[in-house]
Write a protein that binds this ligand. Structure first.
Ligand code: DAH
Length: 332
């Protein structure tokens, strides 16, 4: 191949490259150690001696020319590739974004937080205890006589193979014995937690639910303190001037005992809705822990937490609070 043909071929090949990898290959093909320009130089030896300087000069010029074309093409290609990369990376900031789903507080969690706030504001110290409870604290320490029918209201899940009989806590009231072992009156304690009962599940009964219990012992504590405390609680939870109704009820750990309901309008008509139980701490409990029941008295109450949002929002079925159906939860 003569110099002119080689130049013509190289020019076309360089112009046809599509990217820098192509171009690198062409560069080796022409200027590399085994390339066409080098091959052409080797033919110098067989040329007539008088032709060699002119031919040598022409090959050198051609090599330079090819180098220049390659450099120019390289500049073009990298600029183009940069632009392509930039275009691929470009973000149209005016496009609407992908919607971000916002979480929210579950109505039950919101209730727990609110109850914590109110109880703390009323001077109660909040304590937490395990969901698996010794039979001793769940019942015996709460003045349940053996074989007493009061057990029937608290059908229990027993935990197998525990050293002392254990149950899934049936009532947060179980915290009384635990605290009486370590604290002397006066005190105001509260606890919020899950409770479990072997119950058939329906719109108003769950095998798992939450309670808040309050427990106050001191000198001169009376039913008036209990009523005032519960009134302050429901005023904050359900709005001021909510009417609280006390009716006699039986719980082994209080004497007298009461059932607590509030008046709440349903379809425009006031109705009594039950919140839980309460009473004055039974002297047997205080005496069992070495507290002089002539000097100290106390009150206790236990309220169902699920009841609260059910009343406030008119939720007809307890199970809605547990199913985590977004169509339900998104309404809060
Ligand atoms: N623990 C009782 C229950 O689950 C409710 C209760 C009643 C709690 C009276 C109390 C109380 O602290 O004094 O049915």
């Amino acid at each position: 191949m003569d110099v002119a043909a080689l130049l013509e071929q190289a020019r076309a090949a360089i112009a046809a490259t599509a990217n820098s990898a192509d171009l690198d290959r062409i560069e080796t093909e022409y200027l590399g150690r085994k390339g066409s320009v080098t091959a052409l130089r080797r033919t110098l030896g067989s040329a007539a001696p008088e032709d060699r300087p002119r031919l040598g000069q022409a090959i050198n010029d051609a090599a330079k020319q090819v180098e220049q074309w390659i450099a120019a093409r390289k500049a073009d290609l990298t600029a183009g590739e940069g632009a392509a990369r930039l275009a691929a990376q470009t973000l149209d900031v005016t496009l609407p974004g992908a919607p971000l789903r916002l979480g929210r507080t579950h109505p039950l969690s919101a209730t727990i937080q609110r109850v914590q706030q109110i109880m703390t504001g009323l001077g109660f110290e909040i304590h937490e205890f395990p969901d698996i409870e010794y039979f001793k604290y769940n019942f015996e320490a709460l003045n349940y006589p053996e074989e007493h029918p009061a057990f029937d209201e608290q059908m229990s899940f027993f935990v197998k193979d525990t050293v002392d009989r254990c149950v899934m806590r049936t009532q947060t009231t179980a915290f009384q014995g635990r605290l009486l072992e370590t604290h002397k009156p006066p005190f105001r304690f509260a606890t919020i937690g899950r409770c479990y009962r072997y119950e058939a599940v329906d719109a108003t009964h769950g095998h798992t639910f939450h309670q808040v219990d309050g427990f106050a012992v001191g000198e001169g504590i009376s039913m008036a303190d209990l009523r005032g405390t519960l009134q302050a609680f429901v005023d904050q939870m359900f709005g001021s001037d909510t009417i609280v109704r006390f009716r006699p009820d039986f719980f082994p750990f209080v004497e007298p005992g009461a059932e607590i309901s509030i008046s709440w309008p349903i379809d425009g008509k006031p109705r009594w809705l039950e919140l839980g139980g309460a009473g004055l701490v039974h002297p047997n409990i205080l005496e069992a822990y070495g507290i002089d029941s002539e000097r100290y008295t106390g009150f206790a109450f236990g309220l169902g937490l699920e009841r609260m949002p059910m009343i406030q929002y008119g939720i007809p079925d307890l199970r809605l609070l547990w199913e985590n159906d977004l169509r339900f939860l998104e309404q809060f």
